[in-house]
Design a protein around this ligand. Structure first.
Ligand SMILES: Cc1cc2nc3c(=O)[nH]c(=O)nc-3n(C[C@H](O)[C@H](O)[C@H](O)COP(=O)(O)OP(=O)(O)OC[C@H]3O[C@@H](n4cnc5c(N)ncnc54)[C@H](O)[C@@H]3O)c2cc1C
Length: 507
């Protein structure tokens, strides 16, 4: 394994199976072809989808991965985090069971080692689809090792030269680290190590209340740890609207998370087995004593080690590889996809980028990133999902909007489920029913947002959504009801007068 190697621990049967699929111990890199149609560096979602798609179309493809095939999503991201979120939801349901008239006489206890084992098993079960062996079976030359450019049309890995007609950089991102005095000496967890825990820390400080920080803070709190969530901004999930983020703040606090916003950490110190965080906030200066620190302060693109200068590819350490609207880098032979080339870092976007590259790099496609409609979701409970523009963004672009908000407290299914603290909010271009953006806070907002994403992508107006029959009772019916709020505004005083007249004439 490479020197910077990421690790999977413990080395139980599930992780051994995972490693054997994603970084096989006895793997022998093939002899390179004379020239490849496509060389892909990085075997996360973006790289895998690009490589598989090109190979299936008949291209000669090389795929280079230095750590684990599957990248962040499978190994250290979406998959393990969502497995834990499911267990945490189960724990919360049992904890709150009496609200539904269900008694749990023995009380509730989370078996943390079992939760983690379940996660490791499911991750291993999902791994064959991303495995080196499967990709070899697809006809892809899989190289395990660190890829670096040595010329504008050549990548080197493991001492072998891979010449290419086109290349795709899909090297992803890694956890950003804050320059807090003492943090390195004190030791901390990131998404690359937290899923290797086998014992539940008693007290955890989560630094950064972005999506990853919020999801994991809630998870660990629900498992029984005492979680302190520290955020420098005045609200959590800074990208989201204040009213939406507030609902999630409320949910976290209800679960018992100690939330400190506008918090500036001045230093960290190790005292025996404890870690002591010195922080300034509105409450004054405080020392927060914990057993583990988890950092979730964002992701930085993985550009180091690629020797991009040799291929005349421009980049910067903060924003990653510079690409145009077609995902082409400053070297016209080389494209970039996924986290390494995008401000939005999501698996589904990496997948969409990969499909664009197949068309743009291998054929004469002209697919543009700016045309994509990109939804996202943070999987707290409740979830918060968004697509399109926020009202503030629309204002910045000079787009006037009308906003229709349907509270879940008025939606029967949400009432019956006991999940009323949420809403569906839809922005339409003023004077039309064209949807320009939407935010949903709901138990399964991630599922619900697809209806609005489809509407935006297909140019279906909010008025039309009001005509769509939704099964009763569902929480998605809130979307139809938000559309109903829009339709009611069509009943102007003039139209109302005309209707009245019509009915008086036809009585
Ligand atoms: C905790 C967490 C939870 C997340 N949850 C979600 C979620 O619920 N939904 C969602 O959409 N997104 C989620 N994400 C984000 C998602 O994981 C990423 O957007 C996605 O993995 C990006 O895919 P990618 O292919 O661009 O990069 P990656 O998956 O990072 O893959 C890049 C690969 O390139 C390899 N590599 C790097 N440099 C080199 C080199 N020089 N040579 C060879 N190989 C190299 C790396 O080892 C890696 O395997 C989450 C992320 C985290 C951390």
């Amino acid at each position: 394994m490479a020197s910077h190697a990421l690790k999977h621990e413990p080395l139980d049967t599930y992780n051994l199976r995972l490693i054997e699929n994603l970084h096989p111990s006895g793997w022998v890199n093939p002899e390179p072809a004379r020239r490849y149609n496509l060389v892909v560096i990085g075997a996360g979602t973006a790289g895998l989808v690009t490589a598989a798609g090109a190979a299936i179309l008949g291209a000669k493809v090389a795929l280079v991965e230095r750590d684990f095939m599957g990248g962040d999503c499978l190994n250290f991201g979406c998959v393990p985090s969502k497995a834990l979120i499911r267990s945490a939801r189960a724990a919360a349901e049992v904890r709150d069971a009496s609200r539904f008239g269900v008694e749990v006489p023995q009380g509730m206890r989370v078996n943390f080692p079992a939760v983690m084992e379940r996660m490791r098993k499911l991750r291993a079960d999902l791994s064959p689809i991303d495995s080196a062996e499967r990709f070899r079976g697809l006809g892809v030359d899989v190289f395990i090792g660190e890829g670096r450019f040595i010329a504008p049309d050549c990548v080197e890995v493991d001492g072998k030269k891979l010449r290419f007609k086109r290349a795709a950089i899909a090297t992803g991102a890694r956890a950003a680290v804050l320059p807090i005095p003492g943090i390195v000496e004190a030791g901390y967890l990131t998404n690359e190590t937290v899923f290797s825990l086998t014992e539940l820390p008693r007290r955890i400080a989560v630094i950064g209340a972005g999506p990853i920080g919020c999801e994991l803070a809630q998870v660990f709190q629900r498992f029984g740890a005492a979680v302190t969530l520290l955020e420098v901004a005045p609200q959590i999930l800074i990208r989201e609207d204040r009213d939406a983020a507030e609902r999630i703040e409320r949910a976290l606090v209800r679960d018992g998370v100690e939330l400190v916003t506008e918090c500036k950490i001045t230093g960290v110190e190790r005292r025996g087995t404890e870690r002591v965080i010195a922080a300034d906030s509105a409450g004054g200066r405080a020392e927060i004593v914990v057993d583990e620190i988890l950092i979730g302060v964002g992701r930085v693109p993985a550009v180091e080690g690629l020797n991009l200068e040799a291929a005349m590819i421009e980049y910067d350490k903060q924003n990653g590889i510079k690409v145009d609207d077609y995902l082409r880098t400053t070297n016209p032979l080389v494209y970039a996809a996924g986290d390494v080339a995008s401000a939005y870092k999501f698996t589904h976007l990496s997948d969409a980028h990969a499909r664009m590259i197949l068309r743009n790099a291998l054929f004469f496609g002209r697919q543009r990133v700016s045309r994509l409609t990109i939804p996202w979701c943070t999987y707290t409970d409740p979830e918060i999902a968004h697509v399109g523009l926020y009202a503030a963004e629309a204002a910045q672009r000079g787009i006037e909007v009308d906003t229709y908000t349907q509270e879940l407290a008025e939606v029967d299914r949400a009432v019956l489920d006991g999940e009323t603290d949420g809403f569906v909010k839809v922005h339409v271009r003023r004077g039309s029913d064209q949807i320009v953006g939407a935010t949903i806070v709901a138990s399964h907002a991630g599922e619900m947002i697809s209806e609005l994403t489809t509407a935006i992508a297909a140019g279906v107006g909010l008025g039309k959504l009001g005509d769509v029959i939704h099964p009763y009772p569902t929480q998605a019916d809130a979307i139809r009801r938000a559309a109903g709020l829009y339709s009611r505004t069509r009943l102007t005083p003039f139209v109302a007068r005309m209707m009245k007249r019509w009915f008086s004439l036809t009585r």
